[in-house]
Design a binder for this molecule. Structure first.
Ligand code: SIN
Length: 522
C-alpha cells in the first residue's frame, strides 16, 4: 500500500518549486510538479543580477545578515535572515553540484556588487542570465530524475483537509477536467504578484493567485503592503519593461535626470547603491519634477568590452531599440518587481493550514522585512525550499505564529456578473495609480473599495479561465490595498503621504485572514 501522504504536490516551477522537487526526490519522496505553463516558464528564468552568498574574501554570513536587516527597515525576522545568510554557501554548493555554470574569474566564482550589499557577493551566470542558467539546469535535473510533471495545469482551489494536507483541485489551464488531490502535502511555489500592476518586470502569469487561493482556504497571509519596485526597468512606449539589473550600478553606472545631473548623491550617502526603496522613490521624485516619465541610467563610464561581456542580454536587448549602452544613456523608471508579502510561513515553510507549505516569492517568512535586499530572492527559494523538503521528509506538527496585528476579513461570495479581462486591465491600472510607490489615503481607500466591489461581483472562487483569474486578482489586490491602508506609517517599500515617516509602534507585521463563518444558532 502506497503512502500518498509522503508524496507532495508542488505547485509552480520556478527556483523554489524545482529545487523542492529535486530535494524531495533525493530523499526518497515522489513529488509531482504542477505548473500553469511549460516547466521552464517562470520569473526565475528572467532574473538577471544573480544570487547572493557570503563566499568571498572578507565576507561572512554575519555581514550578509547585517545588510539584509539594514535594507529591511526594521521589520526583518532576524531568525529567518540568519538562516538565509548562514545556509547560503551550502545552497550554492548544491547548485554547483547540479551543474549551474556560475561565472568565474581567475579560477574562482566571480562576485558582483549590488545596492545595499557591503561586499561583492552576487554570483552570476552567463553574465546577466543567472536565472536562465539556474532554471535550465534545475529543469534538466528534474527531467533526468523522472519527476512527475503536469504542465499547463493550474491550481484552482484549496480547502482544509486532514492532518496530512489540504484538498487541492487542479485542472488543465485550457478548460480541462479537474483532478482532486487529497491527503498529500501541497507546496505552494507559485511566485509573486508583480503583474497585478500595470507596469512590472514580471511575466504575465505572476498574478498572485497562490496568495488568493491560500487565503480563501483559510491560510494566514502577511506583509501584503510591501510590494517592491525595481528602480530601473527600461522605459519606452510600446517596449516591454525589461529589467536593467542593479548590478550595472554595482559596476559604476549612475542615474541622471533630464538635465543630465546625478541626483542620488543628494538622496542617500550610498548614492546609486542605496537600498532599492530609496532609489525608486528618488527616481519617482525626479520624474514628478520633469515632463517625462523616465530618468536615465548612464553606463557609458564602464569600458565597452566589460559592459558587453558582463551584461550580454541587456546589451543585446538595448541594441534592438537603437541604444548602445556604451555610448547612450538608457531611459529607465521604477516598476513593480517583487511581492515581499504572501502566505505566512514558519522557518520550515509551514503555513497555518495543516499540510500546506509555501516557498519562494509566494511565501512570507519575514526575511525581507519591509524592503528586500537585491539577489536575496533566488536565495530565499533555495534556503527555505531546502527546509520545506526536509520537513516533508520528517513532518512535524506546528504552524507559524500569527503576527501581533491580524485582521479577520469577511468571506466573499462572488455573484458572477463580471468575468472579462478588461476588468483585469482596469484593476492593474488602479493598483499602479493608487497603490504604487507613493500612496495617499484617498487613493488607498478608493482602490480598496473598487477591489472589494469587484471581489463581490466576480465569478465564485475556484473557476478557471478569465473568471478565475479576475477573482484571484481582485482578492490579492484587495489584500494589498487593505494592508497598505492599515499601516499608518512609511517604511521600506510602503510610503504614504499622510504618514511620511517610520513609526516605532509599527515595527510589526500585519496578518490578514478570513473570518470564520458565523455558527448558525439552532
Ligand atoms: C536585479 O538584477 O537588479 C534584480 C535582482 C533581484 O531582484 O534580486
Amino acid at each position: 500500500m502506497k503512502e500518498p501522504r509522503r508524496h507532495p504536490l508542488i505547485v509552480g516551477s520556478g527556483i523554489a518549486g524545482l529545487y523542492v522537487a529535486l530535494r524531495c526526490r533525493e530523499m526518497g519522496l515522489r513529488p509531482t510538479i504542477v505548473t500553469q505553463g511549460r516547466l521552464e516558464e517562470s520569473n526565475t528564468r528572467y532574473a538577471q543580477g544573480g544570487i547572493a552568498a557570503a563566499i568571498g574574501p572578507g565576507d561572512s554570513p554575519a555581514l550578509h545578515f547585517a545588510d539584509t536587516v539594514r535594507a529591511g527597515d526594521g521589520l526583518v525576522d532576524r531568525a529567518a535572515a540568519k538562516l538565509l545568510a548562514r545556509e547560503a554557501p551550502a545552497r550554492i554548493a548544491a547548485l554547483v553540484r547540479y551543474g549551474v555554470p556560475f561565472d568565474t574569474a581567475e579560477g574562482h566564482i566571480a562576485l558582483g556588487r549590488e545596492a545595499a550589499h557591503s561586499r561583492p557577493r552576487i554570483l552570476h551566470a552567463g553574465g546577466d542570465a543567472t536565472g536562465l542558467s539556474i532554471e535550465e539546469t534545475l529543469k534538466r535535473r528534474v527531467l533526468e530524475g523522472g519527476i512527475d510533471i503536469e504542465e499547463r495545469t493550474a491550481l484552482r482551489s484549496l480547502s482544509p483537509g486532514g492532518a496530512h494536507g489540504p484538498v487541492a483541485l487542479v485542472a488543465r489551464t485550457a478548460g480541462g477536467a479537474e483532478v482532486t488531490h487529497e491527503s498529500r502535502p501541497v507546496v505552494l511555489a507559485t511566485g509573486g504578484a508583480g503583474n497585478l500592476y500595470r507596469q512590472s518586470t514580471n511575466r504575465p502569469f505572476a498574478m498572485g493567485e497562490g496568495i488568493a487561493i491560500a487565503f480563501r482556504a483559510g491560510a494566514l497571509v502577511s506583509d501584503m503592503e510591501f510590494v517592491q519596485f525595481h528602480p530601473t526597468a527600461f522605459w519606452r512606449d510600446g517596449a516591454p519593461r525589461f529589467l536593467i539589473t542593479e548590478a550595472i550600478r554595482g559596476e559604476g553606472a549612475t542615474l541622471v535626470n533630464q538635465a543630465g545631473e546625478r541626483f542620488m548623491p543628494g538622496a542617500h550617502p550610498d548614492a546609486e547603491l542605496a537600498p532599492r526603496d530609496v532609489v525608486a522613490r528618488a527616481i519617482d521624485r525626479e520624474i514628478a519634477r520633469s515632463d517625462r516619465p523616465w530618468v536615465y541610467l548612464d553606463a557609458t563610464g564602464i569600458p565597452r568590452d566589460r559592459l558587453f561581456a558582463r551584461f550580454p542580454s541587456i546589451c543585446r536587448f538595448l541594441l534592438l531599440y537603437g541604444i548602445d549602452p556604451s555610448r547612450d544613456r538608457i531611459p529607465v523608471a521604477p516598476v513593480t518587481h517583487y511581492m515581499i508579502g504572501g502566505v505566512t510561513t514558519d522557518l520550515d515553510g509551514r503555513t497555518t493550514l495543516p499540510g500546506l507549505y509555501a516557498a519562494g516569492e509566494v511565501a512570507a517568512t519575514g526575511v525581507h522585512g519591509a524592503n528586500r535586499l537585491g539577489s536575496n530572492s533566488l536565495l530565499e527559494g533555495l534556503v527555505f525550499g531546502e527546509r520545506v523538503a526536509l520537513r516533508l521528509k520528517a513532518p512535524r506538527a506546528g504552524a507559524p505564529p500569527a503576527p501581533s496585528r491580524t485582521l479577520a476579513l469577511p468571506p466573499v461570495a462572488g455573484k458572477g456578473s463580471v468575468e472579462d479581462l478588461t476588468t483585469l486591465d482596469r484593476l492593474r491600472s488602479r493598483l499602479w495609480e493608487d497603490v504604487g510607490i507613493v500612496r495617499t489615503p484617498d487613493g488607498l481607500r478608493a482602490a480598496l473599495g473598487a477591489f472589494e466591489t469587484l471581489d463581490r461581483e466576480v465569478e465564485p472562487a475556484g473557476r478557471g479561465g478569465a473568471a478565475g483569474a479576475v477573482a484571484n486578482a481582485a482578492l490579492t489586490a484587495s489584500l494589498i490595498a487593505r494592508a497598505a491602508l492599515e499601516r499608518t506609517e512609511s517604511r521600506g517599500a510602503h510610503f504614504r503621504t499622510d504618514f511620511p515617516r517610520r513609526r516605532e509602534s509599527w515595527s510589526r507585521h500585519i496578518g490578514l485572514r478570513l473570518r470564520a463563518p458565523a455558527r448558525r444558532r439552532r
